[in-house]
Every structure is written in structure tokens, then in C-alpha cells.
Design a protein around this ligand. Structure first.
Ligand SMILES: O=P(O)(O)OC[C@H]1O[C@H](O[C@H]2O[C@H](CO)[C@@H](O)[C@H](O)[C@H]2O)[C@H](O)[C@@H](O)[C@@H]1O
Ligand SMILES: O=c1ccn([C@@H]2O[C@H](COP(=O)(O)OP(=O)(O)O)[C@@H](O)[C@H]2O)c(=O)[nH]1
Length: 738
């Protein structure tokens, strides 16, 4: 039975060793609770780091550790202290974390931590590969494991791989600054489905993939040579019922049953001078805007002194990544700020800030959520921010006001909150005043709408949606109605070829025999290509035809000395084996003088584009142009030359990143069909990769074996993954050739 494998840096439980016995502490974070529905039953395992470093405990404890993990269907990845320093504190949290949150000034690139990151991703891959079987589904989580999807796919082709990023994906302009940008993108693209919290992160990712790796994007699909990767947004939810029901339960508790913290808060509430509580909860992280929040609160008290003694900030900062220098500096800054502000404003019966630097158990979090009139969450950047959602879910009476930074992923879905720019103190101060004075009816109205949405799209729904989308990515090739050329199908085709008395093979060049190069002139045939073609050419019963959009001159240079049959410029020219070139279609190029100046003006203002002049056609290439600009200019070009095309009886062919203008009625389909009139063949095969080859696939007789290179929209019957597979196929033909 196939299983699901969840992989994240941290496991849903952390291990601690006390006097040779092992304590398992369940993780309370959103991910652990959210994945409960996926990580249940006997058919799922969770792979991650247990929190223990190699060498920090007696080796004899290892079996006990494994058993403790196994009881929770977990498998540990053993990491050393050096791994944690390089991979976790180093590359993950000193490079990727600040860069992805737009803190470029904190981002350090170090060769050694990058190496450690690669090694640890490989360690994760080794454990996964040990556990995985064909047909399994894998869900990889977060920025610590960006290389993992590719490492798994390299070894296991028949598994479904999903990846979800919990933090923002930055804009291309920021992402491009990282030296190992290609490796990171290629690592993620090992997946079948890539998920983000918001559409913005999704489009930033797609833009980087398009600009850095040059892959074609259609809607939210990345078209790789051999696969389609789906990219989508899935805003993570929370376990709504857990927060709501616990808060409800707390509200019903008697004084004695209540927690110590709650009793302290109750005392405060009973005070005649009770101040309204403004809550903030976050890990102590520079992305959370804690220092800004304190300064904004100070400004608020200065601007609206009437709130002195009437409002109090309760700030819970959870210790985090304390080995990273930026976090240590931030801790000092916050300690000082809290001290200064409290010193400046405190009165005998009131201090403006209650500051806790620790983590609190779940029940105490609920106490804070239910007792605070306002939540003030001001991250400078935050992938989602689950605290915002938890605060609203805990408001059983629907009273309370959420002030939320527009830089959080959560703000996209929580428009009924008071949304602020965390850098605008004026706005924060005014919004705080508005929140503290908001009529109850308005609070209830806003929170009713928010709760409804949070309850519906809870974390279980989020996980289910992701898994369903991953399942449906398997259907993509079905959508294109083209079948993968499996080993069995290939054997059938080879058998038919072997039995045929005469065969004809139409083989396209660029993207089929030779992979694309930045400069078309560089895509020269290799020795390997010549060897395969030479072998095929030897067969007395096979006619091999190279059919291309390229110009006669180039093909003559590359293949003129061979005896292959060549068709160039889509069918304008034909060279049959050792004969001379002959014109296949009557064509002229007198129209060049009207079109060339237009193409030149487009080339001048479109950096990276170039014109290819053939005998009877002109091609405008934009492979090396910024992808958006290229697309826009190509559309503009088509409109600009529309009337010229009509006047000269020309037509436009759209290839892969190329617009070609040529005499109407010449195409690969027509010329291939002409070759079949000359002689009868009982085996016909056509293979090509782009739009111009579709003419062949359409025009050739129904029984033709039509093969597309790459999984793209096509009328061909089968597809192969890449040029390597084409080489292999042609080699097999050559071996069988009579
Ligand atoms: O494991 P740590 O280094 O201690 O960090 C804790 C987690 O922080 C990050 O959380 C993110 O995920 C949340 C849920 O999707 C999201 O709401 C938040 O905005 C993110 O910052 C990190 O992504 C996790 O991997 C860490 O475990
Ligand atoms: O003492 C605490 C404070 C917070 N949290 C939890 O930590 C998570 C913080 O998630 P968020 O998305 O807000 O930010 P992150 O820390 O993941 O960047 C929330 O689920 C909180 O309930 C916790 O478990 N203990």
C-alpha cells in the first residue's frame, strides 16, 4: 500500500534526554497540528530532526530514541553540532531567512554554510530514499529543505513530490542576488506541486524561474523539458476548533480552576484603574517588527497621553535562534527599549509594558488571547502569521480588535482586521486609538466575518487541498491527451519498423536532435549526433530526413558533406542525399525590404533579441530577452506587421521564442506530405518539439508514429522527455535497421 511521507526540519515532537531516559515533547506549532489529518493511520511517516545532536548523548541510547520516534510514526535524521551550525544557524537562518524576508543587509553568503546546507539536504534525502517506495507521496516543508525535492526525484521517478514554503518568496530582484540561485530553484522544481501561502509569493517564484532558468510558464505551470510543475497558493489555516473550544472552556472555569497567569490578569481586571490590554506574541525575530512596535507604542502614548494608565502592552517574545548574532543584538535592543519606555512613562499604579521573554504553554496562550482587548501584530515581513488567526479564533464572545501588518501573509485573507503599515508610526498610533475606542457592535461584526472564514478554511482543509492538488498533478499528461512513450510502446514501434519493407523518418533539429543554446549558431551537431545519423543513413530501407526551419546555408555547413536528405526553411529547400539543393516551393524574398526595417527597429529597442535572415524567411528571436518584455514585444510586432503580411501574401509562424515571417503556404507539414507522394512507405515516423512541427503531425497520414519532445500541448500521439531520449530512440532504430 502506498504511503505519505512528510518531511520538515523539525519533527512534530522534540526529544530531550534526562538521566538516560527520553522525554518526548509534542510540538504545538501550526505545522504539527495542521498535518495531523495527513499524518494519521499506518500509512504515513514523518521524517525530520529530533532536536538531539549526534555526540550529545550516549550511543547506547540510540535504540531507545528510535523506538520513541517510531511510536509517533517518526524517523529521525541524525545531525551533528557542525551540521546544525552550518545548515540551520548558518545557511538557513543567516542567509535564506533574511534574504527571503527582504533583510538583505543581514544576509551573509558563506561557502562553508552553503556546503553544509547541501550535505544536510543530502542526509535528509538518504533517510527518505531508505523509506520510500514507488507510488508513495512525499510532502517536503520549508526553506531548510529547498534542495530535497530534486535529490529525491533523481533517484525515484515514480513518486509524487509536493513542496510547501512557509515563508515569503522574495521578488526576483532580491532573489537574484544569491550566488546559488540556480541550484535552489532547480532543487524546488524537483517537485510536482509547489505551494505558497499567497499569490504574491507564487508570482515572485514564477518570475524567478522564468528569468533565471528560462523555463516557459503557462498560467501557473512551469513547463520543464519533460514534466509540468504546478505552482499554486494555499493559505495555511489553524486548528480553529481547538482554539475556540479551549477558550470557551476557560471562560467557564471557576476562579480556583484558572491558571496562575489568568488569576493575575483577573486581579488586574478587577482593579478600578484597569488598563485595556494590548497583546503581541511572536518569536523574538527581527522580521516580526518588535522594536518598531515598541517605538510606535511610545509614540502613541506621546500623541494620545489620555491613554496613559488606560492601555498596557503585554508582549510575549519567544526565544528563537539565539546562536545567530542578529537575534542576540535584537534581544539587547528590545531589553533596552522596554526598560527605557517603562522608565519614561511608568506611574505607581501602571507600567506601560509587561514583557515576557519565554515560551508559554498552550493554555496560557489562550488566557492571553481571551483577556486582551486588542492584538497588535506588526511584522516587517511574515510568511503567514498564525498568531493573528489564533487570536480571532479564541474570541468566543467575538469581542476584540486585531491590528495586523499588511506585510504578513495573513493580512491578505483578514481584511476585516485593521490593516497597518508597520513602518508608519502615525498610522499605528491612530489605529491603536481607534481600536481601543471601537464600539462593540463593530468588533462583533468584523470578528464574525473573520471567524467564519477561519473555521471554514481551517488547517485540515489546507492540508487536504494541497494533497488533492498534488494527486491531480498526475493527471496533467492526460489533460494534454498525449501518452508518454513507455518502454512497451517503444518496443511496439520498433517492431513495426523492423517488419517494414520501407521506412521514412522525419526528424526535426533544434529542440529535438540538439538542445537549445542561447545563441542559435551555437547549437551545432555533436559527434554523438553524427554517429547516430550515420548509422541510420546506412540502412537501405530507411529514408532519413532532417526537417528544419533553419536556413539552407547553416544546414549545408553542418550536414552538406553527409548523405542525409535535408529539408530547410520549413520546406523551401530540399537536398536529397548526394544530389544538389533544389527549391521545393517557389518563393521570393522581395518583401524583405518592407519587413526588415520593422524588425530592426524592434531589435534596437529590445535588448537580447536578434534577426535571422534566411533565403525566404525572416526570424526574430527573443530567447535572450526578459521574458515579459519578449512576450509583449512579440505581440506588438505581430500587430505592427499585420498589414504588410497581408499585402505580400506572407504568414507568421510562432516557434519557441521566435517569430518567423515567411511566404504563405510553406510549412513542414506540406513538405513532409510531398515526400510521401514520391514513394510509398509502410512505416512513417515524425518527431519534433515545437509549434512548427505540429504541421507535420497534422498533415501526415493517420498511421504515422508522431512523437513530441517534452510534455506540451500537441496533436502528436506520444511524447518523450528530452533530446537524450530522442538520441536513445534513434540509436535503437539504427541497431535494428536492415
Ligand atoms: O524552527 P525554528 O527555527 O525555531 O522556527 C520556527 C518556525 O518558524 C517559521 O514559521 C513560518 O511558518 C508559519 C506557518 O506556516 C508561518 O505562519 C510563519 O509566518 C513562518 O515564519 C519557519 O517557516 C518554520 O520552518 C520554523 O519551524
Ligand atoms: O509561547 C508560545 C508562543 C507562540 N506559540 C505558537 O507559535 C506559533 C507562531 O506561529 P507564527 O505563524 O505566528 O510565526 P512563526 O514563529 O512560525 O514565524 C503559533 O502557532 C503560536 O501559537 C507557542 O507555541 N508558544
Amino acid at each position: 500500500m502506498s504511503k505519505t511521507i512528510i518531511i520538515s526540519n523539525r519533527l512534530p515532537l522534540q526529544l530531550k534526554i534526562h538521566d538516560n531516559s527520553i522525554e518526548t515533547i509534542p510540538s504545538v506549532g501550526g505545522l504539527a497540528t495542521g498535518m495531523k489529518s495527513v499524518h494519521s493511520g499506518n500509512n504515513s511517516i514523518w521524517i525530520g530532526w529530533s532536536g538531539l545532536t549526534e555526540g550529545s548523548y550516549e550511543q547506547s541510547l540510540q535504540p531507545k530514541i528510535n523506538t520513541a520516534l517510531r511510536e509517533h510514526q517518526c524517523v529521525g535524521v541524525a545531525l551533528s553540532k557542525e551540521d546544525i551550525d552550518g545548515f540551520y544557524y548558518g545557511f538557513s537562518n543567516n542567509t535564506l531567512w533574511p534574504l527571503f524576508h527582504y533583510f538583505m543587509e543581514y544576509t551573509e553568503f558563506e561557502r562553508s554554510t552553503w556546503e553544509s546546507y547541501q550535505e544536510v539536504n543530502q542526509k535528509f534525502a538518504d533517510v527518505v530514499l531508505d523509506q520510500i517506495e514507488d507510488g508513495d507521496t512525499v510532502w517536503v516543508h520549508d526553506y531548510q529543505l529547498l534542495l530535497l525535492p530534486k535529490l529525491i526525484r533523481k533517484k525515484r521517478k515514480n513518486v509524487s513530490i509536493g513542496f510547501f514554503l512557509h515563508i515569503p518568496f522574495p521578488s526576483y530582484e532580491v532573489f537574484r542576488t544569491i550566488p546559488c540561485r540556480e541550484e535552489l530553484l532547480e532543487g524546488i522544481l524537483g517537485s510536482d506541486l509547489i505551494g505558497f501561502h499567497t499569490y504574491d509569493y507564487e508570482r515572485h517564484f514564477l518570475s524567478s524561474v522564468q528569468r533565471i532558468l528560462g523555463h516557459e510558464i503557462s498560467f501557473n505551470n512551469v513547463n520543464l523539458e519533460n514534466r509540468v510543475v504546478k505552482v499554486d497558493s494555499f493559505p495555511m489555516g489553524i486548528d480553529y476548533d481547538k482554539f475556540y473550544n479551549t477558550a470557551k472552556f476557560h471562560n467557564q472555569q471557576s476562579n480556583k480552576e484558572r491558571s496562575e497567569i489568568q488569576q493575575e490578569i483577573d486581579k488586574h481586571l478587577a482593579d478600578t484603574n484597569k488598563a485595556k490590554l494590548i497583546l503581541s506574541i511572536d518569536r523574538l525575530d527581527y522580521t516580526k517588527g518588535i522594536a518598531n512596535r515598541l517605538r510606535a507604542f511610545e509614540y502613541f502614548l506621546e500623541k494620545y497621553p489620555e491613554f496613559k494608565g488606560k492601555a498596557r502592552l503585554v508582549m510575549l517574545a519567544v526565544p528563537s535562534r539565539s546562536e545567530v548574532p542578529q537575534y542576540q543584538r535584537l534581544k539587547n535592543e528590545i531589553d533596552q527599549l522596554v526598560g527605557r519606555i517603562n522608565g519614561k512613562f511608568a506611574e505607581v499604579s501602571w507600567t506601560p509594558i509587561w514583557y515576557f521573554y519565554r515560551s508559554l504553554p498552550f493554555d496560557n496562550l489562550i488566557d492571553l488571547y481571551t483577556s486582551s482587548e486588542v492584538a497588535l501584530l506588526t511584522p516587517i515581513r511574515d510568511g503567514m502569521n498564525l498568531v493573528a488567526k489564533e487570536y480571532i479564533a479564541s474570541k468566543v464572545d467575538k469581542k476584540g480588535v486585531l491590528i495586523l501588518s499588511e506585510m504578513t501573509g495573513a493580512s491578505n485573507e483578514m481584511s476585516e482586521a485593521l490593516i497597518i503599515n508597520p513602518n508608519n508610526f502615525e498610522e499605528i498610533a491612530d489605529t491603536l486609538k481607534y481600536a481601543l475606542e471601537m464600539p462593540e457592535a463593530e468588533q462583533i461584526k468584523r470578528n464574525t466575518a473573520l471567524q467564519k472564514r477561519l473555521k471554514r478554511y481551517n488547517v485540515e482543509k489546507w492540508a487536504k487541498d494541497f494533497m488533492q492538488a498534488l494527486e491531480s498533478t498526475k493527471q496533467v499528461s492526460k489533460k494534454y491527451a498525449v501518452q508518454k512513450l513507455s518502454d512497451t510502446l517503444q518496443d511496439d514501434i520498433l517492431k513495426a519498423y523492423k517488419n517494414a519493407r520501407s521506412s521514412i523518418l522525419f526528424v526535426d533539429y533544434d529542440g529535438t536532435l540538439a538542445p537549445f543554446k542561447k545563441n542559435p549558431a551555437d547549437a551545432k551537431p555533436t559527434e554523438k549526433i553524427y554517429t547516430i545519423l550515420d548509422q541510420l543513413q546506412k540502412s537501405s530501407t530507411t529514408k532519413l530526413i532532417l526537417i528544419t526551419g533553419r536556413d539552407k546555408k547553416t544546414f549545408n555547413e553542418w550536414f552538406g558533406h553527409k548523405n542525409y536528405t535535408l529539408i530547410t526553411e520549413h520546406g523551401a529547400w530540399l537536398k536529397e542525399e548526394d544530389k544538389d539543393w533544389e527549391q521545393m516551393e517557389s518563393a521570393n524574398n522581395t518583401w524583405f525590404e518592407s519587413i526588415l526595417p520593422v524588425l530592426e527597429s524592434f531589435t534596437d529597442r529590445t535588448p537580447g533579441s536578434l534577426i535571422e535572415e534566411k533565403n525566404y524567411s525572416l526570424a526574430w528571436h527573443f530567447r535572450n530577452v526578459d521574458p515579459d518584455l519578449g512576450k509583449n514585444r512579440a505581440n506588438e510586432l505581430k500587430i505592427t506587421i499585420r498589414h504588410l503580411i497581408a499585402n505580400h501574401n506572407l504568414e507568421i509562424l510562432e516557434g519557441d521564442k521566435v517569430i518567423e515571417i515567411k511566404v504563405s503556404g510553406i510549412n513542414k507539414g506540406k513538405s513532409a506530405a510531398k515526400m510521401l507522394i514520391k514513394q510509398k512507405y509502410d512505416f512513417v515516423l515524425a518527431i519534433g518539439d515545437d509549434w512548427t512541427d505540429e504541421y507535420m503531425f497534422k498533415e501526415l497520414p493517420e498511421q504515422t508514429h508522431t512523437i513530441k519532445v517534452g510534455l506540451k500541448k500537441t496533436v502528436a500521439k506520444y511524447y518523450v522527455e528530452d533530446t537524450d531520449q530522442v538520441h536513445q530512440l534513434l540509436k535503437d532504430f539504427a541497431t535494428l535497421a536492415p
